[in-house]
Design a protein around this ligand. Structure first.
Ligand SMILES: [Zn+2]
Ligand SMILES: [Zn+2]
Length: 355
């Protein structure tokens, strides 16, 4: 039996190859891939991150296809999501309950593949009723939950999302279910898919201009005015800004935020000038503004993520707006001049074939 899998090389080159379906070792599990989401970090990697042909893809769902002889507690046919970085469970940090500090993270990569052999610790099992397409959202959901956990978002908080992509929107829906109040989406373009969520969440949309001089350019005055007039600035609630855009823009708006705002960054960019920033710490200090970093490695919230996907709080039909096949991956990974018109593209993995 042969399978197809994808290799990536910068800039933006994808190769589909064939090889024999691998057999799991006695302490491994083989997964028959169902769906693998294309992530923003895949696109950043594709731009200038990989010099040699590399397997990629880390938002995988599938079913258990073969279980190694020494593996216990898993059954053939179980629906699963794969954790790209699982805590090892046995290092001194894991043993002490400090899973975030795990010094021996179990990595599972190469999700754009019809079959995948993984360590059992990478496997998060879902119920029979779970939908395989939805389960490919478990990884981005895990990231969104990590953002909320990092900022300790709670009932009564007000939230602004800077950069209305998948992760931030997922975080807003979850935070709303926890009693927080989303106020606004701040984005470069008011795409149709952004409008859908703006209406559904009943929040404002505020446009920003990605000029690197930001507020000095006079192009972002509407955003400055909005931030200075946020309802929460006049109430007792805490404001949390979830930042998923290039980090550089934080320096542009930090001085307009209300007292005791918490900013939590999960934004990245491939250009150094969009990642580095100059920040006058007095602007943060005198108004007690916190700047936090979220980074969901190792993956700690897959259980919760699968629960949200199973109980209907997160309906994948509302987020996954394009499904392509492995051959279309090359085209999908490329940047578009006009910006991305889809919120989430997933690749359907077809399963093995005889060639
Ligand atoms: Zn991802
Ligand atoms: Zn560990």
């Amino acid at each position: 039996m042969y399978m197809r899998y994808a290799l990536l090389k910068s800039p933006y080159k994808v190769l589909i190859k064939h090889e024999k379906v691998p057999s799991p070792a006695e302490n491994q599990i083989r997964i028959k891939g169902a769906f693998c989401g294309i992530c923003g970090t895949d696109r950043i990697m594709a731009k200038n991150g990989v010099k040699r042909w590399t397997r990629f893809g880390h938002e995988v769902s599938g079913t258990i296809d073969e279980v190694g002889r020494n593996v216990e507690g898993f059954k053939l046919g179980q629906k699963v999501s794969i954790k790209p970085g699982a805590p090892c469970g046995s290092c001194s940090f894991c043993a002490g309950g400090l899973l975030r500090k795990c010094s021996n993270i179990v990595v599972a990569e190469g999700g754009f593949s019809e079959y995948l052999v993984v360590d059992p610790r990478s496997v998060a099992v879902a119920g029979e009723e779970a939908d395989l397409k939805s389960l490919s959202l478990a990884e981005p959901l895990n990231v969104a939950i990590d953002v909320l956990q990092t900022a300790q978002v709670r009932k009564g908080d007000s939230i602004i999302l800077f950069g209305p992509g998948l992760i931030g929107l997922l975080a807003l829906y979850i935070s709303k279910s926890r009693g927080a109040k989303p106020l606004a989406l701040v984005g470069r373009n008011f795409y149709k898919h952004v409008e859908v969520h703006q209406r559904s969440l009943d929040v404002h949309f505020v446009k920003y201009n990605p000029d690197t001089t930001f507020f000095k350019s006079q192009k972002n005055l509407a955003l400055a005015a909005y931030l200075q007039d946020i309802p929460s600035a006049r109430t007792v609630s805490r404001l949390v800004v979830i930042h998923t855009a290039p980090p550089r823009f934080i320096a542009g708006y930090a001085s307009f935020l209300p007292y005791e705002t918490t900013i939590v960054n999960i934004g990245l960019a491939s250009e150094p000038k969009l990642v580095k920033m100059r920040l006058d710490m007095r602007e943060l200090m005198y108004r007690r503004i916190s700047l936090l970093s979220s980074f969901a490695v190792p993956s700690l919230f897959f259980g919760e993520a699968i629960e949200y996907l199973s109980n209907g709080l997160i309906n994948s039909e509302f987020f996954i707006d394009k499904v392509v096949n492995l051959e279309q991956l090359q085209e999908e990974i490329r940047p578009l001049k006009s910006g991305r018109k889809n919120l989430k593209v997933v690749v359907a993995l077809d399963g093995a074939r005889k060639i």
